[in-house]
Design a binder for this molecule. Structure first.
Ligand code: HEM
Ligand code: HEM
Length: 184
């Protein structure tokens, strides 16, 4: 099943969800390691990995949003309280916004800092702003703030997924897992 249905997610949506989930966790670690490593060739390599993975995430979230808009969305189980529906919608929208804003602020840091950088050592990333020390400092603060917001939202997101599965016993988690489409 490629396309989503009103009952479950199709294979591309699941693949994008779990690939991006893995990359986002790796990206947290890479960002933290790169920022805290002592100045050395390793630090520079960690930054190339962090920035490259971030640009890859920006490409993936673009594909994901387009795919999401072209497909039906699985309906939430009947009987789910209104506040939970509203919370699910709001938190998913927030996740998409953060997944776009994080790489964009990273890209601004890279441009303002005027550091030559090749995505996965392959091609140069064009600058989206001119070098600017004040904007660089601001973009760094916003990038860190967005990271904290993303980490908090994901804590709620994962907690909610586990609650639906283990406490409410509905199929919300199962239908996002690989190969469970037809049973949902
Ligand atoms: C162990 C980690 C995770 C679990 C158990 C999990 C679980 C889920 C589940 C069950 C859904 C489907 C909700 C529904 O059917 O209505 C979902 C949707 C979603 N997840 Fe996760 N997730 C995890 C990690 C992540 C991460 C790291 C991200 C960020 C990259 C993320 C972003 C999203 C988004 C944006 C949606 C909304 C899908 C949509 O409505 O288009 N998730 N997640
Ligand atoms: C979803 C994508 C991204 C996530 C989750 C992410 C996350 C992080 C985290 C956790 C840190 C360490 C905390 C900090 O010191 O600010 C960080 C730092 C940094 N990130 Fe990202 N990042 C992403 C994308 C990018 C991209 C695309 C670039 C550049 C092209 C980038 C450039 C940087 C830079 C330069 C720093 C160091 C900031 C400083 O020295 O204060 N990031 N990122």
């Amino acid at each position: 099943m490629l396309r989503n249905t009103r009952e479950s997610w199709g294979a591309p949506a699941k693949l994008l969800h779990w690939t991006m989930a893995a990359l986002v966790f790796a990206q947290f670690a890479l960002g933290w390691l790169a920022a805290s490593w002592r100045l050395s060739p390793t630090k520079l390599n960690l930054f190339v990995w962090h920035k490259s993975t971030g640009i890859l995430l920006l490409a993936l979230v673009t594909v994901r949003i387009v795919w999401r808009l072209l497909n039906p969305t699985p309906a939430l189980p009947a009987g789910l309280p209104r506040w939970e529906r509203a919370a699910a919608r709001a938190s998913h929208l927030l996740l998409y916004l953060l997944l776009v804003a994080m790489p964009l602020t990273g890209w601004i840091i890279n441009s303002t800092a005027n550091i030559p950088f090749r995505v996965f050592w392959l091609f140069p990333l064009p600058d989206i702003t001119a070098p600017d020390k004040a904007l660089e400092e601001l973009a760094k603060k916003v990038h860190l703030g967005l990271f904290i917001a993303l980490a908090l939202t994901l804590t709620v997101h994962i907690g909610a997924a586990l609650r639906h599965h283990f406490v409410k016993h509905n199929d919300i988690l199962a239908r996002m897992l690989p190969g469970k489409g037809r049973r949902a």
